[in-house]
Design a protein. Structure first.
Length: 164
């Protein structure tokens, strides 16, 4: 880090300018994305280096918890962190069409240290076999029994157990 004061978003009114200031903050810190990742982890925050890199490559606002982890990892003091949060909230409010941003003296929003991983749907072998059978039956135009004639009114029902 340098001895010059950290960049501040005070007075910024749009997302593109806010993101430009975040890029300036990263340059000011003098840290690589991997170093920021390690500093955030040491502070109990989650800031994958690839996510931070992607975030700075765009001109849209990051999620609040990502902003907090990034700004803290860059070495910004708590008082200045509140300025970043307030400015972020004000821009987000304007983008959402709300009439006014939160008051500057409003307490910072509590942000969880880490978000739970996204629920992942797992497919059981029974589900996969049933889906495969359904696809084969629909592609061949025949019933699962195989010996049905084209004039038959037979319906094929495939039950899929999704309880896993």
């Amino acid at each position: 880090m340098t001895t010059t004061p950290a960049p501040s978003p005070a007075g910024i009114a749009d997302a593109a300018a806010f993101m430009a200031e975040l890029r300036r903050l990263k340059r000011w810190s003098g840290l690589s994305f991997r170093q920021l990742d390690r500093r955030a982890a040491a502070a109990g925050d989650t800031l994958p280096y690839s996510t931070a890199s992607t975030m700075l490559g765009k001109d849209r606002l990051p999620r609040p918890e990502l902003l907090v982890a990034f700004v803290k990892a860059c070495g910004v003091a708590d008082d200045d962190l509140r300025v970043w949060q307030t400015c972020h909230a004000g821009i987000a409010a304007r983008q959402a069409g709300r009439s006014r941003p939160p008051a500057p003296d409003a307490p910072p929003v509590a942000v969880p240290a880490a978000l739970p991983p996204r629920a992942r749907r797992s497919f059981t072998p029974v589900t996969i076999i049933a889906a495969t059978a359904l696809v084969i039956a629909s592609l061949t135009g025949a019933g699962l029994a195989g010996g049905l004639s084209d004039t038959s009114d037979t319906e094929v029902h495939v039950l899929i157990d999704s309880r896993g």
